[in-house]
Structures are given as structure tokens and as C-alpha cells.
Write a protein that binds this ligand. Sequence first.
Ligand SMILES: C[S@@+](CC[C@H](N)C(=O)[O-])C[C@H]1O[C@@H](n2cnc3c(N)ncnc32)[C@H](O)[C@@H]1O
Length: 264
Amino acid sequence: MTTMKSDWHNSIFGIDCIEGMDTLLPEHSIDVIVTSPPYNIGIEYNSYNDNRPFEEYLSWIGLMVKSCHRVLKDTGSFFFNLGDRPSDEFRSLTIAKKVAESFKLQNTIHWVKSIAIPEKNLNIGHYKPVNSKRFLNNSHEYIFHFTKDRSVALDKLAIGVPYGDKSNIGRWKHAQQDLRGRGNQWFIPYETVKEKKLHPAMFPVKLPEMCIKLHGLDKNKPLVILDPFMGSGSTAIASKKLHCIFVGFEIDPKYLALAKEALK
Ligand SMILES: C[S@@+](CC[C@H](N)C(=O)[O-])C[C@H]1O[C@@H](n2cnc3c(N)ncnc32)[C@H](O)[C@@H]1O
């Protein structure tokens, strides 16, 4: 694989992501953005204040997304992960509508963190307990897949699953192997953490890995992947695993050091 090496390739910068995107990244230089911004639900980060007035937070998301739009290629994908408080179920959708002022929503994916199917003797995954008689445990988050014009062709079988009913193999022109599209419910459990969590809001590395694969890898050229909110480095690790180039920003020195260490 060959590509022109730029000095910002395979780097995580310890600066604000809007400043970083606007000053360091050329227009149309990114193939895929995978990110999880702070959700503004009072998570206790090391330094970031996750409890801003909602309108202020929303305007900031709008500015950040405009910077993403400038650096993303017209053929690119922007995977935007958001979670809610169980008592505030429209929050993610309100934020997604803000993003939709700059991008078009091509797919809505549900990241399922925990599922119980007693009929199959199955009860797997973790979720945050909720201390309420009214609200259910929130065992999913959104991954909104935004593109510039809703016409990005995806590699669905790259994250495909075997057919449950094998008699479907060969039944249709597109069903020539034991692999079908996974759909928009992605079960990705957290690994059980026994020690103290190093970052309070990590996503599993498998999440960015699946997003990048779904967008589609290019055999001839490594994709360039951006995460404006790199946190512990999950997107960079996934990119490296898939032989892609990564770039990202993380404003907190403690998490930046964590991400750099994880990448080693
Ligand atoms: C939800 S976490 C991302 C977690 C990441 N996906 C992972 O798996 O570790 C959001 C991160 O954004 C960082 N952050 C907040 N404001 C930022 C800004 N303006 N620029 C860059 N990073 C920022 C926070 O310090 C936090 O680590």
C-alpha cells in the first residue's frame, strides 16, 4: 500500500479539535470520521466540564461538525456515537438534528451493549444500572452514520454475519455465500473491567473497527481516519489494526498520554 505521507499522519494532538481540524488538516483529506463527543450528561472527566448549558453545548457541536465537513472527502463517512440519559430520550435526536444542518443522515445504527434472549438461554453484556422505578436501563447507544449526500456505497458484507437459515444461501443473486448484512443492530459488549477505569467514556475498539470496515477499506490505499475526540485512543488503535492512517485530537493531557501508551 502506498500513499503520500503527511506530517500529521498517525498523530494525536493535545489541542482543541476545532482549532486542530481548522489549522492542521487540509480540506477533503479524511476518508472516515468515527467519534464520540462528550455527551454533556455530567460525566466526570479529568478536566473537561460535561455539564454545560444545553444551548451552548449544541452550538459548539454545530461548529465542530462544520470543521468535520470541511476536512471530510465528498465520498467520506462520518460515524457519530451518542448516548442518552434514560430520563432524556430525545437528547441524542436533538443533537443529531444539529449535525444534520451540515450532513445528511444515511443510516442509524444501534450499538447494543447488553441483550437478554431467554428463549435462547442468552443474557450477555453490561449496562449502567439506573436508580429509578420509572426508567429502564439504557442498554443501547446510537451511531448515526452521516454522509455529504447519502450516496456512499458501503461494504455491508465486510461486517456480515452467517445466515441463521442456511437454506437462504444461493436463493438470491446476492446470497452466494454464507454471509448476510448485519443490519443496524450491532451487539458490541464492553469487556468486563476489574481495575479502575482509565477513561470514563471509552467505546470498545470493535466499534470504530466495524464502522471503518462498513465504510469499506481500499486494497490499494490506506484510508485516513479522524477522531476529533480521541479519548483513550480506541479509534487510533482500530485504524492501526486495519492498516489505516489515523489522526486525532484530545484536549486532556492525561487521556492523551493514555492513548499514546495504548498505541505502543
Ligand atoms: C466520550 S470521550 C471519547 C472517548 C473515546 N471514544 C475512547 O474510546 O476513549 C470524549 C473526549 O473528548 C475530550 N474533549 C473534550 N473537549 C475536547 C475538545 N474541544 N477537543 C478535543 N478533545 C476534547 C474529552 O477529554 C474526552 O476524553
